[in-house]
Design a protein around this ligand. Sequence first.
Ligand code: SF4
Ligand code: SF4
Length: 159
Amino acid sequence: MTFDADSPAAGPDAGDALHAAQPRGRECGSCTLCCKTMSVREIEKPNNVWCRHVRNHTSCEIYETRPHSCRVFNCLWLRGVGTDAMRPDRSRVVLVEAEDEAGGPKGVAAILDPSRPLAWQEPQMRVFLEQIRDRYGAVGMALGTRKRVFRAGQPLQTP
Ligand code: SF4
Ligand code: SF4
C-alpha cells in the first residue's frame, strides 16, 4: 500500500480524504467499535472481542485511566475522514492507517466488524473504499485474522 494524502475531507469523496492528521471537531460520542475490533496490548485484549471495560457498548467505564493505546488511537473517521453517516458504530467499519509491509508510506485499511462483515457493501462506504483504492493505488480490508489488499481496479471482496 503506497498511498499518502494531502488533507482531511468531510465528504464521501475520497480524493482528499487521507492524511487526516488533526481531528476536526468530531467526537466518538456513543461509538465504541474500536473497543471491539482493535487489540489493546496493555490489558491483553485481543481484537474482535468487546473490551471488558465497555459499558453498554456506548462508553468506557475506566475512561479517566484507560490505557495509553486507547488514549492515542484515533480512527480516520474521528480525524475527519468520511461523512457523519460513516461513524464506525453506524457504518460498522473502522477506517485506520495501515502500515506498509515494505516500509513505504502508510495506507488505509477498513477493519470490518465480524458481526456485520458485509456492512462495507453499503453504497456510500463501498464507493468510498473504491475511490481510496483507485486514487491511492490500494486499500486494505481486514475481517478477523483475514486480511487483503486490493490494488487499483481490483474488485473489492469481503476478506
Ligand atoms: S472507532 Fe473511532 S469514532 Fe469509534 S470510538 Fe473508536 S476512535 Fe472513536
Ligand atoms: S479500556 Fe476503555 S477505551 Fe480502552 S478498549 Fe476498553 S473500553 Fe475501550
